[in-house]
Write a protein that binds this ligand. Structure first.
Ligand SMILES: Nc1ncnc2c1ncn2[C@@H]1O[C@H](COP(=O)(O)OP(=O)(O)OP(=O)(O)O)[C@@H](O)[C@H]1O
Length: 581
């Protein structure tokens, strides 16, 4: 890659030098050939040299492009791949804070900007600087007074460039952030199109988007105005200097202190360097935008992943299947970074092979507790153990292959049903075993409907399984968790979108399958509670009681209250104020 970039740089430099050589040939032509008795052969010779130099310049520009295109695109692709890899590694808490559009724009448009700058901007900035300095030196060589005049002209340009840099950098950052927010808005409204339509919020969403798009347009316009005002200086100052130079030059020629050829060469050089001077305004703008894009890129790349495997992960002595939580506390940081305690002191033991239901009022922290087991979040204090070993001592990947999860809000991927279900299937199975596993998982999850789809289990499902119904998606997600054949299963209300009859069928099959698998299931419906050997009641960040459903019903008033409220969804919305006192 480096040789190509160096090759590109020298081609660009060569093109600049060749462009500056043309005025020198011109000076010679005027001074030595263009006189009354000059031979026409010499004229043609000089003209052919100028034409050849012009051709050489074009060729060098072409070669520069050929050289740099590949490495620049390579850098862009590599950085994009690393960015994606980093996003995959960053913890859930990072993704909860960042808008998806911001990440999308950082991985796409910001990195394209970098490619364009590497392939063109950076190189041309150096080459143009070299061309301008060489041009100025040649000007001094022909006439030091005219050279000095041009040098003085660079002072207002430098002052303007200083202000331009500050203004443009701020506008550039704003516009790239706004573009990211706009991408988030598009993503959200496409994602939530059904809700928007159902609630008739299309017009509001449109107006919100319109306002966002308009403010991005305003920022872009202000960016363009800043650039235009800088370009005005960059173009106008040399033109004025040129006019003054013409007057001084003619006076010098008349006084005999400057040859006509030198005057012609001077103006030809001025014409040649006018192009890079003007281009430098654009290139400076491009450089500043790229710097902002890189800042944005590294804001994400520098985000620290605080959920990682330890340096030397341990292996549990025995894969018992036990899950224990000891004095576990957990808080989400709020907007201001303050801790908001959700789990205060959780002590819970789920015995090997046991199915435990977790029950509590809405917002009591059930899902939060579940997330601690596969380390989607880390406990703020206390210990979570799987197979008797602290989850923080596990190799993260190994820990997560031990545990399968199914959430209420199911995410399916844009691929076939087969791929979705077998996503977490144990490695090393042959085709026949995978097929059997797929069939069993679909059967237990009551997702046989997959076979009657147009292409059966090969049916491609749309982004997040949009073409399936909520209940169908949930069943595929449940089949995915079952097919992972985990020793520990974590289910967050996985049957909520199923009708009563299907739920009953799934529950019956699940009971058999769950035998031997330690299962922690968040229950929002009494029927899910029935799945469990024991039930844990979560209240005020603590486990209030643990026991069989019947036992808790007869002994615990809060449990009766929660179960009664589970029966009636409408009541749920009124519960928090009553219990979160
Ligand atoms: N990512 C988050 N950042 C900050 N607060 C959160 C986050 N996720 C959940 N919370 C808060 O933590 C509390 C517990 O949420 P959680 O989803 O664990 O409750 P839950 O018992 O599962 O509720 P539900 O029964 O309604 O699903 C809620 O007050 C919620 O607002």
């Amino acid at each position: 890659m480096l040789p190509r970039l160096i090759g590109g740089f020298f081609c660009a430099l060569g093109a600049g030098i060749v462009a500056l050589a043309i005025p020198q040939v011109l000076a010679k032509l005027v001074n030595e050939v263009l006189h009354y008795n000059g031979a026409s052969g010499e004229v043609w010779f000089a003209v052919s040299i100028i034409a050849a130099l012009g051709f050489l310049e074009a060729l060098l520009i072409f070669l520069r492009r050929q050289f740099v295109l590949k490495p620049a695109a390579g850098v862009e692709t590599d950085m994009r791949i690393h960015f994606y890899q980093h996003l995959q590694r960053l913890p859930v808490s990072f993704h909860e804070r960042w808008g998806s559009g911001q990440l999308l724009s950082r991985s796409m448009s910001d990195l394209s900007l970098l490619r364009r700058w590497l392939a063109f901007g950076a190189m041309m900035l150096i080459v143009d600087t070299v061309t301008v300095i060489t041009g100025l030196t040649l000007m001094f060589f022909h006439s030091w007074i005219l050279g000095l005049l041009f040098l003085l002209g660079s002072i207002p340009i430098a002052i303007k460039a200083y202000h331009f840099r500050n203004d443009f950098r701020a506008a550039s950052r704003l516009s790239q952030d706004q573009a990211g927010d706009l991408a988030t808005a598009v993503e959200e409204s496409v994602h939530g199109i059904r809700v928007i339509k159902a609630f008739g919020r299309g017009r509001d969403m449109y107006e919100g988007f319109n306002a966002q798009a308009k403010s991005l347009q305003e920022t872009e316009l202000s960016k363009a105005r800043t650039l235009a005002s800088f370009l005005l200086t960059v173009v106008a100052v040399p033109e004025v200097i040129l006019g003054i130079g013409l007057v001084i030059g003619i006076a010098q020629v008349a006084a005999g202190t400057l040859s006509v050829g030198s005057l012609v060469a001077f103006f030809a050089i001025a014409a040649v360097i006018a192009i890079p001077v003007e281009a430098m305004g654009m290139l400076l703008g491009m450089t500043l935008s790229t710097k902002t894009a890189l800042d944005r890129h590294f804001e994400v790349m520098d985000a620290v992943n605080d959920i990682t495997s330890p340096d030397s992960p341990a292996t549990p002595g025995e894969f018992t299947g036990a899950v224990e939580l000891e004095h576990v506390r957990f808080s989400y940081p709020d907007e201001a970074g303050r801790a908001r305690p959700i789990l205060a002191d959780i002590n819970l033991e789920i015995r090997p092979g046991e199915t435990m239901a977790l029950v509590g009022i809405t917002g009591s922290g059930k899902s939060t507790l579940l997330n601690l087991v596969p380390r989607l979040h880390d406990a703020t204090a206390g210990t979570v153990k799987v197979h008797g070993m602290d989850v923080r001592d596990w190799d993260l990947e190994k820990l997560r292959t031990e545990i399968a999860v199914a959430f209420e809000d199911t995410t399916l991927f844009s691929t076939t049903i087969r791929e979705n279900v077998l996503m977490g299937a144990p490695a090393g199975l042959d085709e026949q075993q995978r097929e059997a596993l797929l069939a069993e998982a679909l059967d237990v999850a009551q997702a046989q409907f997959a076979y009657s789809l147009a292409d059966g289990v090969e049916t491609l499902i749309g982004e997040e399984g949009l073409s399936l119904s909520g209940g169908q998606r949930q069943r595929i997600a449940l089949a995915r968790a079952i097919a992972a054949q985990p020793r520990v299963l974590v289910l967050d209300d996985p049957l909520s979108a199923l009708d009563v009859r299907t739920e009953e069928a799934v529950t019956q099959r699940l009971r058999a399958v769950l035998e031997g698998t330690t299962t922690l299931v968040v229950a929002h419906r009494p029927s899910t509670v029935m799945l469990a050997d024991r039930v844990a009641l979560l209240r005020d960040g603590r486990i209030d009681a643990v026991g069989s459903h019947a036992h808790l019903l007869s002994t615990n008033e809060h449990y009766r209250y929660v179960i009664a409220s589970l029966d009636d969804d409408e009541q749920e919305s009124q519960i928090p104020s009553e219990v979160n006192r």
